[in-house]
Write a protein that binds this ligand. Structure first.
Ligand SMILES: C[S@@+](CC[C@H](N)C(=O)[O-])C[C@H]1O[C@@H](n2cnc3c(N)ncnc32)[C@H](O)[C@@H]1O
Length: 239
């Protein structure tokens, strides 16, 4: 059969993708992740949050968590497995249908919202659902939001900084402040994915350092080695 150059190229790149998926230990782990927990992870990304939480222990019993860029729901699953009390999950896309059932099994509350986080209406809606102005504040805000990457590192970095800027502004009004901490283990935490680029450290200096007591830049083993994907983990929002 006659094939165009495009279709040959596309077949070659699908073969490379499939070969990489076959070799990827985190894809294998996702396929067997139900064995010890009863529910299989719906995304490979879940292992990134598992690794971050293993290192910094910010998820746990009683925590109120906001998961931005939550679909299909791997990070929400990790928060539910860790015993968090309530997860508010937002994405442009819906969560996988199994996630609500997982929440019911663990007696946790899960509130899912669909929309563009950059829109002020969606942010206001989320704030209203969480209960802005009341006593209730959020322990952990995590953002794994990212539009499809373009392959251009500078463009991808700028797009990621745009999204984390929105997450940072939201965190300033919704995250617990350090003066309300009940113990050393009660830190408020903001975790945000970004792509390394010329402006990322400037963002940290200008916005994160003045507002948080401690900030860590972390690359996780579950991120692909060729990716410039990184995470900011920010502890204790100052008054
Ligand atoms: C890497 S995926 C998240 C994977 C997820 N953490 C998991 O473990 O299943 C990135 C997500 O960000 C979402 N996203 C990108 N831009 C967004 C925006 N402006 N508002 C809400 N979600 C957005 C995408 O729809 C996509 O589902």
């Amino acid at each position: 059969m006659w094939r165009t150059a495009w279709s040959i190229q596309s077949t070659a790149s699908s073969s490379r993708y499939l070969a990489r998926q076959k070799r990827d230990p985190f894809v294998k782990a996702r396929n067997t992740s139900g064995n010890d927990h009863g529910t299989q992870y719906v995304s490979r990304s879940a292992f990134k949050l598992e690794q971050l939480n293993k290192a910094y222990r910010f998820l746990g019993k009683g925590k109120i968590v906001v998961d931005l860029g939550a679909s299909p729901g791997g990070w929400t699953q990790v928060a539910l497995r860790a015993g968090c009390e309530h997860v508010f999950a937002l994405d442009l896309l819906p969560l996988h249908s199994s996630i609500q059932q997982q929440a019911s099994r663990t007696n946790a509350r899960l509130t899912a919202l669909q929309g563009d986080f950059r829109s002020s209406e969606i942010q206001t809606k989320l704030e209203e659902i969480i209960g802005k102005g009341g006593e209730r504040k959020v322990d952990v805000i995590m953002s794994d939001m990212m539009a499809n990457t373009s392959g251009n590192p500078i463009r991808d970095s700028v797009a990621s900084l745009d999204l984390i800027h929105s997450a940072f502004s939201f965190a300033k009004s919704m995250l617990k402040r350090s003066d309300t901490k009940s113990s050393e283990n009660d830190s408020s935490v903001l975790i945000m994915k970004y792509f390394e680029g010329p402006d990322a450290q400037e963002f940290k200096k200008q916005y994160l350092q003045p507002n948080f007591s401690r900030i860590v830049n972390k690359k996780v083993a579950a991120s692909r080695s060729e990716s410039s994907e990184m995470y900011f983990i920010c502890f204790d929002l100052k008054e």
